[in-house]
Design a protein around this ligand. Structure first.
Ligand code: GLA
Length: 738
């Protein structure tokens, strides 16, 4: 398992535990993709699946009068535009003089014993080898350095590209993507992607590839609720347990594209990176442009196998700092409990009740600063409102700490309200085009995060608050998308750099504050899960998954999220019923079972719940603590698809097979419904397991093989008859190896 280079043939093979990636330099100097998939047992694929010839696919100059070679048909590692490849390029540039065709050929390579840092960008980390291949334009000194870092035990490869301009003049980059994957036959493949909207993020869409392009993207300035920068290619027949699956996940939080294209020759090209729309980057002579990183992963064991690889990879090699693997506190957030209507006494009252029930942290959400009495004002004024918090933040934290609890706080650093002191002092600090109107979202404007002085000012305000009191947690929100993307700090011909510079600015501020406050747990958020991406997870190891806290809707949201992201990343809370988003009423127990499959917490006024519910909170916190390691470090198995079944079942199994937790929630209750049989996963076939239900009753002892192959019939949900209300029942079964 390593990087193998056949120096003579310029054949490069990257081997992980269950995958191989192979490429070769061909006779014209092009870097050709040979294989990505199952292992090759030391062999190679050269000549096995060579690209063919087709009319109207021109030959590059390097092939002279030989007609049967075209870049239009070759499987390539980093295709460029203008020299006969009409599919989606990774690199498009305008050279001095206006020429737009590039001819990127192999120049050199080296194997590094580590992973080079990507300046200012999130990246996978840890010990690993990196293959660096430099391509060079045949006619100028424009270079592209391709990076492939290998994570063998996760079957993952981190890819990115660095464009280096040594041409002697300026070059305009029109597109600079992170990775390309050319697979020889797209006809048997499906694309799975995750679409959505505010309060309904990461719905699963699975579609066969079609001739033409399927583009999944965002041009909103954030990765967005609407599409997630994570896609999967898989065999038509791929299931949770079987079939080839290729994942591509972008470590980036801004505009992105993931484009799957099937062309005239039926081959499939997947390209991924910064969306070229609205992007144009001027690279002066001697300058470099580093693309974000894409984490590719291959699973020969179906979609479940792919997800488990990403879960482990992202927990151990993406999330950083003290909180990456540390047990997260069970929190109570006051947003749905009070909205803007709170003061210090009210918060302490909630905290007191919460502490008595075992909750470990109170998070003070939006509304504690400036004149923030509603959501029309005060963003940007990160100064404690002492009418609401008498005695300031320090006193509030002290009072919460005295209850044995930690304290957390909410910020929305990238935004400004027109009605704010910050805006009045610096009306030119927001994104806006001079002489034109601005679009408002939630009545707020977006700060120009590309500017150092803007970041410094926001930083200083946040720094002051965080260092003035004993906060253990920060929720970092972002509640609108970008419009009017124009910066007073950039010349007219560099405005195309702003979307990317904005995100680099956000990353810079995150890097600074997470570095200055290493003990603080940062949670990402953007109107719920509108920036739930691998880029943010590098800075914030958990992200509020959705503003939809309805347990039944959360089943689908958390199901979709689980394809690419670990449970430890998924902020999930028990909220009040009738639910504030849907009006639905769901049993308290069910809300707990769903929220427990995430970074667990509460989001309701605990002083207003019944005594019986208080007992349930205590039991839930106890159960969460007991199962914490299994839920967060265990293997995650999706047993049913909530969009297709009346019940959703999922399981956590310890990597060593010693224990498991089976979760079942009914989302639809039918009369006289047929039984649902669940086949458990991840157990040791020959071992015996004791099975207990939520009430601690032992149901029996069974072998792992019996539970996995024989199946377990899910208990039936109770219908509303004769009581009336439909029961969204939930069950948890524990399995312990005896
Ligand atoms: C966003 C978040 C919510 C809450 C509000 C506060 O919508 O997703 O959890 O913090 O902002 O305004």
């Amino acid at each position: 398992m390593a990087i193998y280079v056949d120096e003579k043939r310029k054949l490069f093979t990257l081997e992980t535990e269950h995958s191989a990636y192979q490429m070769i330099v061909d006779r014209y100097g092009y870097l050709i993709h040979l294989h990505y998939g199952g292992r090759l047992a030391g062999g190679d694929c050269e000549g096995l699946n060579a690209a063919g010839y087709m009319d109207f696919s021109p030959a590059p100059d390097a092939a002279g009068t030989y007609r049967e070679y075209s870049l239009d048909l070759q499987y390539q590692e980093y295709p460029s535009a203008g020299a006969g490849d009409y599919r989606s390029p990774c690199l498009a540039a305008t050279l001095a003089g206006g020429g737009r065709n590039l001819d990127l050929c192999y120049a050199s390579h080296r194997v590094l014993p580590e992973k080079p840092a990507l300046q200012g960008l999130p990246a996978l980390h840890g010990d690993c080898e990196t293959l660096e291949i430099t391509l060079k334009d045949r006619y100028t000194d424009l270079e592209v350095v391709l990076l492939y870092s290998l994570f063998p035990e996760y079957d993952a490869i981190a890819r990115s590209a660095r464009v280096v301009n040594r041409t002697g003049g300026a070059v305009e980059l029109d597109a600079a993507l992170s990775a390309c994957l050319d697979l020889p036959d797209g006809r048997g493949l499906d694309l799975i992607h995750f679409w959505g909207r505010h309060t309904m993020e990461r719905m699963v869409d699975r579609t066969p590839l079609t001739h033409g392009k399927i583009s999944v993207d965002s041009v909103r300035g954030a990765s967005s609720h609407q599409h997630n920068p994570f896609v999967i290619l898989c065999d038509h027949m791929a299931t949770e347990d079987a079939g080839r699956c290729w994942g591509a996940s972008l470590l980036y939080s801004g505009n992105f594209t993931a484009c799957a294209e099937m062309d005239q020759s039926q081959s499939c090209r997947l390209t991924m990176g910064i969306h070229p729309a609205g992007f144009r980057w001027r690279l002066e002579d001697g300058e470099e442009f580093q693309t974000p990183e894409a984490a590719l992963c291959f699973s020969p064991e179906g979609l479940g196998g792919l997800s488990r690889r990403y879960h482990r990879l992202y927990r151990r090699r993406l999330c950083r700092g003290e909180w990456a693997l540390k047990q997260r506190p069970v929190l109570i957030n006051n947003w749905e409990a009070t909205y803007f209507d709170f003061d210090d006494d009210k918060l302490v009252q909630i905290a007191r009740q919460a502490s008595q029930l075992g909750v470990e942290m109170l998070v003070m959400d939006d509304g504690w600063f400036g004149s923030r009495y509603d959501d029309n004002r005060a963003l940007g004024d990160w100064v404690v409102n002492t009418e609401k918090l008498r005695g300031g933040a320090a006193r509030l934290c002290r009072r919460i700490n005295e209850l044995g609890m930690k304290a957390g706080i909410w910020f929305e650093p990238e935004m400004v309200s027109e009605d704010s002191d910050l805006y009045r002092a610096h009306p030119d600090w927001c994104l806006q085009v001079p002489g034109r109107g601005r679009s408002r979202g939630r009545n707020q404007l977006v700060l120009d995060m590309s500017r150092q002085e803007v970041r410094d000012c926001v930083h200083d305000m946040i720094y002051k608050v965080l260092s003035s009191a004993n906060f253990s947690y920060v929720k970092w929100d972002m509640n609108r998308h970008l419009t009017d993307v124009w910066s007073a700090a950039l010349p007219a011909d560099r405005q195309g750099e702003l979307y990317h510079r904005f995100i680099l600015g956000v990353y810079d501020l995150l890097e600074r504050l997470t570095g200055e406050f290493p003990h603080i747990l940062f949670e990402g958020c953007s109107g719920g899960g509108g920036r739930f991406d691998a880029g943010m997870l590098y800075y914030t190891p958990q992200i509020w998954c959705s503003d939809d806290t309805d347990a039944i809707e959360r089943l689908e949201i958390q199901y979709g999220t689980s394809f690419g992201y670990p449970v430890s990343a998924v902020g999930s809370h028990v909220s009040a019923c009738p639910n504030h988003q849907t009006g639905r009423t769901v049993p308290f127990h069910t809300r707990g079972v769903v929220a427990m499959s995430g970074t667990f917490g509460y989001e309701l006024d605990l002083t207003k719940i019944t005594e019986e519910e208080k007992e349930q909170v205590k039991a839930q916190v106890k159960q969460y603590h007991k199962q914490y390691a299994l839920i967060n470090d265990g293997d995650y198995y999706r047993l049913t698809d909530p969009a297709k079944e009346d019940l959703t079942a999922w399981e956590f199994a310890a990597e060593d097979g010693s224990r498991a937790l089976l979760n079942i929630v009914y989302s639809h209750v039918r009369s006289n419904c047929p039984p649902c049989v669940l086949y458990l996963r991840g157990l040791t076939p020959g071992a015996r397991y004791r099975m207990t239900d939520d009430g601690g009753r032992v149901l029996g002892e069974y072998t792992g093989a019996a539970l996995m192959n024989g199946g377990f019939r899910a208990p039936r949900a109770r219908t509303g008859y004769p009581a009336g209300a439909v029961d969204y029942a939930a069950f948890q079964f524990q399995l312990e190896r005896v």
